[in-house]
Design a protein around this ligand. Structure first.
Ligand code: CAO
Length: 553
């Protein structure tokens, strides 16, 4: 067994290079060449690989540190004595000797942890209380910056306190491992209250400036050759709103603490885009997590985080500010519809054309068949007529019976005519497809529509029942409205919106006569269909609907 300290190798003369990633943790088993840390200069980032294999026993740097060649990165316990000859520069045996012989304070500080495993194992759990925070009493903990198991260096922020006047970061009085966190966000604390407990780093003892309770003194007395604290050890005294630390918290126009900033960096979140919900709009860890969660769920539901084509998403609104609300999860079908509509709306360049079609004769014919329909045990609405008329128009104007090939270079012409019908169901919109509409009679279509609508409302449609459509009819005729813009259901290229028929006065050349007029809206994919083709299709469709005898031609 040997402890190797792996140091920053020659990095081309760069000094004070930022550590942007720590790729290993204490306890990790690593191989030669495994990345230990990633450094980044303003020009490049570089992985620093391990020169030995073994178990990581200490990590000597943290993200954000600025380091240069020769700085210790990690300590690795190697299990072969021969590895003591490895390129790692510091070896435990030698290091112990060096320590014993050396008077150099710098050497001692740098090598102490590697040199004194006995001291490390003898490290003690020490209470870390709230230090002198001036006259402030009952100060709110707005951020807990550490968790049990965290290895921290002296001066790292433990918690952030906030009064109505200032924020204060309470730094660790010494380096070590967090073994207990006694406070949580929202707690109020005063001087002397317990923040948590720490195990001192091997051989290290609490700073004299920190309130050091009895166990710490015991640890100090047991720790051999404990290094002297540097004179510049961070004090545990609070910082006021006017001080530099608060500047840091508020830097970059974002009001957030270091742990939140670290989390933001880890998740790649630009904190400037995160809405802070903490006191005075402070960005909290939950804000960052919720921001990421929203982006992930939006992308999974098809609503791209930045919106289609980079369109910014609308800001979140807290509706509860304006009155009572209830938030209900959308059904699976509604979520799918939302995804499909977004995809189709953003991908398909839509054009919609409107017309009012005279269905007086069609309605007379339909009403004449009502009794027969009742005898058959079914109901005859305008829908089967519209299905027949659309099938005829698709046959007459095949430019509508196409799909864009996924290569973007071809059109797929369909030799079959299957038409989808949008059905409103308790769980959301479903679109069963009626096959070979052109080959079926009115009664057959009536029965099939009724059967599929019942199946849809019972939630019994199979995926196949909803696939293969060439065109869709979306009828709001029973509900009302003068017109709407239906969204093309890609890969189809056209959809007919049907609104409510009304009797209207129509000029016949010599007088106004009452006619039943049906408002129709036709949306089409302008990539596949040009306006002239659409005009022809719509005119033909209208002519067939207004004189259903033409269906026989
Ligand atoms: N104008 C006036 N009356 C109409 C009409 C129209 N355009 N269309 C239907 N009606 C009448 C019917 O004739 C029927 O009246 P009678 O019983 O007196 O004959 C009544 O309205 C109810 O019809 P219905 O809704 O039961 O049957 P339908 O065949 O017209 O429609 C269906 C079936 C499944 C399309 C419809 O029930 C439905 O779910 N529509 C909603 C579709 C939808 O959500 N579209 C929006 C999609 S988002 O783009």
């Amino acid at each position: 067994m040997a402890i190797e300290t792996i140091k920053v190798p020659d990095i081309g003369g760069s000094d004070d290079v930022e550590v942007i990633e720590i790729s290993v943790s204490v306890g990790d088993i690593i191989d030669v060449e495994d990345t230990l840390i990633v450094l980044e200069t303003d020009k490049a980032s570089m992985d620093i690989p391990s020169t030995v294999a073994g178990k990581v026993t200490a990590v000597k740097v943290k993200e954000g540190d600025k380091i240069s060649e020769g700085a210790p990165i990690v300590e690795v316990e190697t299990d072969s004595a021969s590895e003591a000859d490895s390129p790692a520069e510091t070896k435990s045996a030698e290091a112990s000797e060096t320590t014993a012989a050396s008077d150099s304070k710098q050497d001692t500080e740098q090598q102490a942890p590697a040199e004194q495993p006995a001291a490390a194992s003898a490290s003690q759990e020490v209470d870390v209380p709230v230090p002198d925070i001036g006259d402030a009493e009952g100060v709110e903990v707005v951020e807990v910056s550490v968790a049990v198991g965290d290895e921290i260096a002296e001066g790292d922020t433990l918690i952030v306190l906030e009064t109505d006047k200032a924020s204060m970061e309470i730094p660790a009085p010494f380096g070590g491992t967090i073994t207990n966190v006694a406070v949580k966000e929202g707690d109020t604390v005063s001087q002397g209250d317990l923040i948590g407990k720490m195990k001192t780093a091997g051989g290290e003892q609490p700073s004299q400036s920190a309130p050091a309770p009895a166990p710490a003194e015991a640890a100090a007395s047991q720790a051999p050759a404990a290094p002297e604290k540097p004179a510049s050890a961070p004090s545990a005294s609070p910082v006021t709103a006017a001080s530099a630390d608060v500047e840091t918290i508020n830097s970059g126009d974002v009001y957030a603490g270091p742990a939140v900033r670290r989390l933001g960096r880890q998740l790649g979140v630009d904190l400037a885009k995160v809405k802070g919900t903490g006191p005075r709009s402070r960005v909290t860890k939950d804000d960052v997590r919720n921001y990421v969660k929203n982006i992930v769920s939006a992308s999974q539901s098809g609503a791209a985080p930045a919106g289609g084509s980079g369109i910014p998403r609308p800001p979140a609104v807290d509706f509860s500010k304006f009155g009572e609300i209830e938030t209900v999860e959308m059904s699976r079908i509604k979520k799918l519809t939302s995804e499909n509509m977004t995809r189709n709306w953003l991908n398909v360049p839509h054009v919609t054309q409107w017309d009012d079609v005279d269905i007086t004769e069609m309605e007379d014919f339909r009403k004449g068949l009502k009794k027969e329909a009742e005898k058959r045990g079914s109901k005859l609405t305008p829908l089967p007529f519209l299905l027949k008329a659309c099938a005829a128009a698709l046959a007459a104007e095949p430019s509508f019976n196409v799909s864009l090939h996924h290569d973007g270079q071809h059109l797929v012409h369909k030799k079959y005519i299957h038409i989808g019908v949008a059905v409103d169901t308790p769980k959301g919109l479903m679109v069963p497809v009626i096959r070979d509409v052109d080959k079926k009679g009115l009664w057959e279509l009536t029965d099939e529509v009724n059967a599929l609508v019942a199946k849809a409302r019972d939630g019994k449609l199979t995926p196949m029942d909803m696939q293969g459509g060439c065109f869709t009819i979306s009828s709001l005729g029973a509900i009302g409205g003068r017109g709407f813009t239906p969204i093309v259901s890609s890969p189809e290229v056209g959809i007919l919106g049907v609104s409510r028929a009304q009797v209207q006065p129509v000029w016949n050349g010599s007088e106004f006569v009452p006619r039943t007029m049906l408002p129709l809206s036709l949306s089409y994919d302008h990539r596949a269909i040009n306006g002239v083709d659409a005009g022809r299709f719509f005119t033909y469709l209208a002519s067939v609907i207004s004189d259903v005898r033409r269906l026989l031609l």
